[in-house]
Ligand binder design. Sequence first.
Ligand SMILES: [Zn+2]
Length: 327
Amino acid sequence: MNLQQLPKVELHLHLEGAAPPAFIRRLGQEKDVNLSGVFSEDGNYIFNDFVDFLRVYEAATEVLKSPDDFRRLIEAVLAESASHGVIYTEMFISPDFCGGADLGAWREYLHAMQDGAERAEVEHGIKMRGIVTCIRHMGPDQAKKAAHCAAETAGDWIVGFGMGGDENVGHQSDYAYSFDMAKEAGLRLTTHAGEWRGPQEVRDAIALGAERIGHGVRCASDPELVKELVARGTVLEVCPGSNVTLGVYPSLSEHPLHRLAEAGVAVTVSTDDPPFFHSTMTSEYEGLAKTFGWDEERFLELARTSANAAFCDVDTRAELLKRIDAQ
Ligand SMILES: [Zn+2]
C-alpha cells in the first residue's frame, strides 16, 4: 500500500503554519529579519508548549510582509502538499497577517495568493480554496475586521470563515457577530473548539453555527455530545499529529480519532501546521495504518468524507470524488 500516492483531501491547514522552515529562513535572510528563538540548530521550528508555539508561529510570520511573499508561500506549501498525494486543500488564511485586516490591503494579498494557487494547480494538479480566519486571542473587535474582509471577498475561492488562535481566551459566543456577518455573505463556517477545552466548547461551536469543527476531539469524553455530532452530521477536522505533539493526548494509541469514527462521527484528517509538528499527510496516514490498522479502502473512504465536507462548489466536489474513485 503506497500511502504517499493515495489521493487525499485536507481541510485543516494554516498557511503560515505550513511554511517550510527553509522558506522562512531564506526570506528572513533576504529581508534581514532577526529570527533568533525561532529555529533549533537542525533548522526546524523550536517551541516548548502551545503558548510558546503561538509565539514562534507569530515570530516566523514576521518575515511575511508583502503580497508577493504570500504568493511564494502558497506555491511552496501547495507543492509540498501535492507531493504527499493531496489533491485539494482548504487553507486557513488570516487578514491579520496580510496587511493588518485592512480591506484594501487584503484584496491585494488575496490576488497574489490566488495567483500562487493557480500556478500550483497548473504545476502540481492540486486545488485550493481559502477559509478566512480570525484569531481568537486578538479579541472580538479585531475578529470583526477579519470577518469584514471575508464577507467582502466571499466567492468561488474564499469559501469559508473560521477562527483559530488560543482557545483558552474568551468564549465562542464573543465572536457571534463576526460569524453571523460571514454567514450572511454566503460563507460556510468552521471554528477551532474542543482541542484544549472540553465538550462545552464544542457545544458552543455548534451554537455559533459551525458546520465543521477544528479538532473537536474533546467531545469524546461526552457520549451524549458524540451522539449529537453523529445526528447532526457535524464534521471534525482531526489533526492527530498536532494533538500528540502538543500533548493533547500522550500518544496516537490514546487518541480518540478511531473511536469517534467507529461511533459514526464524520471525521477527517489533516496536518494543522505540519513542519511545526514534523508531520505530513503521509506520516499521518502511516500512523493511522500502524496504530489502528486503517487500510487503503478506509483511507479512500476518509478522502470521500473529506471531499463531501469541503466548502467548495458542486462541480469541484464532483471532480474530487472522481479522482478519488479512479484510484
Ligand atoms: Zn488549527
